[in-house]
Design a protein around this ligand. Structure first.
Ligand SMILES: CC(C)(COP(=O)(O)OP(=O)(O)OC[C@H]1O[C@@H](n2cnc3c(N)ncnc32)[C@H](O)[C@@H]1OP(=O)(O)O)[C@@H](O)C(=O)NCCC(=O)NCCS
Length: 347
C-alpha cells in the first residue's frame, strides 16, 4: 500500500462517498459536510485546511481518507477537526498521519488558535482514535425525549401579588406567556443562557443578531416560544396593581418538525410518528437564578410543554438545572435517549 497525501480537490467528496459508504455515526454524517477546499479565511469563509490520502495503485491514486481542520466564528477558542478513513484502510496509521498534518496546518491558523476539538460517539473507532490522540472529553451531550405527562403541572397562585383573588381560568396568565420569537427580551435571555452553559467552550461575544440567527429566526425552524415569569410585583407594594410583567425565569422555544429526507434520521430517532412525533425544543432559564430556583423553573416549564405531547431536547452535562429535571425522568423511564451520546473531545 502506497499512501500519498495531497490537498482536497473538487470532486473528492463524490469519490470518497463511493469508497466510504454510509457514515458510521451521526457525527460523521454531520462533519463530512465540512470536507471542502482549503480556504484562507477571506470573503467571509472560515480558514480551513483539508487533506486527502490516496492509495496509489499502478500509478493511479484513489482517495481513501480525508481530514479537515477549520476555524469557527461561534466557539472561536478551538478549531474543529474531522478525519475519516475507508474501512478497509483503517488501523494502518492513515488517521494518525492526517491528524499530524492537520496539527501542523493548525499551527499557522491566522487566529493563532491551535487547540483542536472534535465530536465522537462513545464506544466507536472515532472515540478510541481521539483518546489515542490525546483528545479528552470536554462535554457530553444527549438527545432526550420526555414523554407526555412525565412531570406534574405547576400550581399557580390563586391570588395576585396584591392579594386579590384570581379566578381559576386566569391563574398563571401573568406567569406563563407566549412570546414572539423576535422578542428582544427572549433573545437576550436565550443568548445569556447559551453563553452561561458553555463555560467549557466559550461561544465568544454573541450579538443579538447572532442569537436570532442561531436559535430564533425562521431559518432555524423556530415557530413559537413560551416563557415562565416571576410573579409581577408592584413598585408601590402589595395592594397596588403591578404595572410591569415579572422577569423571565425560564423559556422554551419550539422548532418545526424537520421535513426533508436529509433529516430522516432525526425523525427516526424520535421513534414515533404522526401527532406523537416529539417536538424539538430548546429549554433554558435566566442564568442569574439561584441553582434551586433555576431547577424549579426549568422543571415547571418542561411539565407545561410536555403535558400532552412528547418533546425532544438536547441535554448537555453543563445544563445543571435541566439535568436536575430530566435525569430522574430518564432513571424512572419517563424519558428516553433518542440516539447515541455525543462527546466533544479536545486537546
Ligand atoms: C477514527 C478513524 C479516522 C481512525 O483512522 P485510522 O486510520 O484507523 O487510525 P490509525 O490507524 O491512525 O489509529 C491510530 C490509533 O488510534 C487508535 N484506534 C484507532 N481506531 C481504533 C479502534 N477501532 N479501536 C481501538 N483503537 C483505535 C489506536 O490506538 C491506533 O493506534 P494502533 O493502531 O497503533 O493501535 C477511523 O476509524 C474512521 O474513519 N472512523 C469514522 C470517522 C470518525 O469517527 N472520525 C473521528 C472524528 S475525528
Amino acid at each position: 500500500m502506497a499512501i500519498e497525501y495531497r490537498e482536497w480537490h473538487d470532486g473528492d467528496d463524490l469519490a470518497l462517498l463511493e469508497i466510504w459508504g454510509d457514515p458510521d455515526t451521526a457525527q460523521a454524517r454531520q462533519f463530512r459536510g465540512a470536507l471542502a477546499p482549503s480556504s484562507n479565511g477571506r470573503n467571509g469563509t472560515p480558514w480551513r485546511r483539508c487533506v486527502v490520502a490516496e492509495d496509489v495503485i499502478d500509478g493511479v491514486g484513489i482517495p481513501v481518507a480525508a481530514g479537515v481542520v477549520y476555524e469557527a466564528s461561534l466557539h472561536p477558542e478551538r478549531l474543529w477537526t474531522y478525519i475519516e478513513v475507508a474501512k478497509d484502510h483503517r488501523r494502518t496509521g492513515i488517521g494518525a498521519s492526517l491528524l499530524t498534518m492537520l496539527r501542523r496546518e493548525a499551527a499557522h491558523a491566522p487566529s493563532g488558535i491551535t487547540r483542536l476539538r472534535a465530536k465522537v460517539e462513545p464506544g466507536t473507532a472515532g472515540a478510541a482514535f481521539a483518546e489515542a490522540a490525546g483528545l479528552a472529553p470536554i462535554q457530553r451531550s444527549r438527545l432526550v425525549i420526555v414523554e407526555p405527562g412525565a412531570l406534574r403541572l405547576p400550581v399557580f397562585p390563586d391570588k395576585d401579588h396584591g392579594g386579590r383573588p384570581i379566578d381559576g381560568e386566569n391563574a398563571g396568565a401573568d406567569i406563563v406567556m407566549d412570546l414572539a420569537t423576535g422578542s428582544v427580551e427572549l433573545t437576550d435571555v436565550v443568548g445569556r443562557y447559551y453563553t452561561a452553559i458553555h463555560g467549557w467552550d466559550s461561544p465568544g461575544v454573541l450579538s443579538v443578531g447572532q442569537v436570532q440567527k442561531l436559535f430564533l429566526d425562521e431559518l432555524t425552524g423556530a415557530h413559537g416560544a413560551i416563557v415562565l415569569r416571576a410573579q409581577p410585583e408592584s413598585a408601590f407594594g402589595a395592594g397596588v396593581a403591578p404595572g410591569r410583567k415579572g422577569r423571565i425565569r425560564a423559556f422554551a422555544v419550539s422548532y418545526a418538525a424537520p421535513a426533508g429526507p436529509d433529516d430522516a434520521p432525526h425523525t427516526e430517532a424520535a421513534g414515533s410518528t404522526g401527532t406523537d412525533t416529539p417536538t424539538d425544543v430548546f429549554v433554558g432559564h435566566e442564568p442569574a437564578l439561584a441553582a434551586d430556583d433555576a431547577a424549579e423553573a426549568v422543571r415547571d416549564m418542561l411539565a407545561l410543554i410536555a403535558y400532552q405531547h412528547p418533546v425532544m431536547l438536547e441535554l448537555d452535562d453543563s445544563m445543571t438545572a435541566l439535568r436536575a429535571a430530566v435525569e430522574p425522568l430518564l432513571a424512572g423511564g419517563k424519558a428516553r435517549l433518542a440516539g447515541a451520546e455525543t462527546l466533544v473531545v479536545s486537546d
